[in-house]
Design a protein around this ligand. Structure first.
Ligand code: AHM
Ligand code: MG
Length: 350
């Protein structure tokens, strides 16, 4: 990319908006505010360890100021970046039990934002990449400031989804249904610049499986067989294992290199660990838009109807051939789907 032809996130979004003559600009403004919040979170994440930002909520730093945990900070920054814009009717965050209507003092809009402010935050202390995940729906209820119905929409109705990865560089990756675009934050100008146009999961892709094998003893026999096959020498074997334990980082690698990411249901967590609305669904939209596949082990993730704001769901996503193979194995072996598959999270709430 020449320094004369840099494509910033704002330019990209505005150019996308021009493709939709009836667009009001609300969607553009929403994405720009998310990007601003991402920059603020990135700044704070990069300070982790230097300041006392890692402390608990009640801690005080050396200046005697109250210190917030980073995930609480990220949650508040996102809400405050978006509450006044007039674009949203409500938000729902992994950090809050109930959805968050836009305060009465601000105008309400037609969109709904679901977000995980700082996913993988337990990795902060060890300098592993973490991220913010977001998902945007159009309001479907008649409630001015949103309702549960607006939040509990299947993933296929998402208008946009994205994540920000706070890694060796900060990147924002998003889709609005016309491909996946990756922007890298250039700290010298404070702008996200297009670095990864039209991201596609490579085919054929790297043979990589990504799963927490510490859960092996709780896995179903079918899940164990699947991983044993991938580790083996046979036709469907020859895989390497890569697991960071930070969803944004594991999915980012899967997008760039290929492979399969799994968080299956098991005997201890029948629906796995990941949340449908804040983690699985937005990542599924991105992965599909990049040419990959995303399933709960039986059903396309984007078709699953959420029943509660904090539903959990088994996740298998990445290179289409690997996900198809995994789903085929899990649904065919012994004739039964994996524990929790197709359950749509069974309405489990925190
Ligand atoms: P969090 O939302 O509490 O941060 O947990 C979600 C994270 C994901 O980033 C990651 O994929 C998963 O938890 C890892 O879980 P585990 O430690 O069980 O492997
Ligand atoms: Mg999370």
């Amino acid at each position: 990319m020449s320094e004369y032809s840099v494509v910033t996130l704002s330019r990209h979004i505005i150019e996308e908006q021009r493709l939709h003559p009836d667009a009001t600009g609300a969607f553009t403004s929403l994405l720009m505010e998310i990007a601003l919040a991402a920059k603020m979170i990135s700044r704070q994440v990069n300070k982790a360890g230097i300041t006392d930002i890692l402390g608990g909520i009640d801690d005080q730093n050396v200046h005697g100021e109250e210190v917030q945990k980073l995930d609480v900070y990220a949650d508040r920054v996102l809400f405050k970046a978006l509450d006044h814009t007039g674009t949203l009717c409500c938000l729902a965050s992994e950090e809050h039990e109930s959805f968050l209507p836009i305060p009465d003092k601000f105008p309400a809009g037609d969109y709904v934002l679901l977000y995980d402010p700082l996913d993988g935050s337990s990795n902060i202390d060890v300098n592993v990449s973490i991220g913010t995940i977001f998902s945007i729906h159009r309001k479907v209820s008649s409630a001015e400031r949103g309702s549960l119905e607006d939040c509990l929409q299947p993933g296929r109705r998402q208008l946009a989804a994205g994540y920000v990865i706070y890694g060796s560089s900060t990147m924002l990756v998003y889709t609005s249904g016309t491909g996946v675009f990756g922007f890298t934050l250039d700290p010298s100008i404070g702008e996200f610049v297009l670095s990864h146009p039209n991201m596609r999961i490579p085919e054929p892709s790297a043979k990589v499986y990504s799963v927490n094998e510490g859960n092996w003893s709780a896995w179903s026999a079918e899940q164990r067989q699947l991983v044993e096959e991938m580790r083996g020498e046979g036709e469907h074997g020859g895989f390497s294992g890569r697991y960071i334990g930070s969803l944004v980082a594991d999915i980012h690698r899967t997008l760039l290199r290929g492979g399969i990411f799994m968080y299956p249901g098991d005997a201890r967590m029948p629906n796995g660990k990941l949340r449908l609305l804040y983690e699985a669904s937005p990542m599924a939209f991105i992965v599909e838009q990049a040419g990959g596949r995303a399933s709960d082990g039986a059903t396309r993730l984007l078709d699953v109807q959420p029943r509660g704001l904090h539903d959990r769901i088994p996740v298998f996503m990445g290179t289409s051939t690997f996900v198809d193979r995994a789903v085929g194995h899990l649904t065919a072996t012994l004739g039964s789907p994996p524990v929790g598959a197709g359950a749509g999270g069974s309405g489990e709430s925190r």
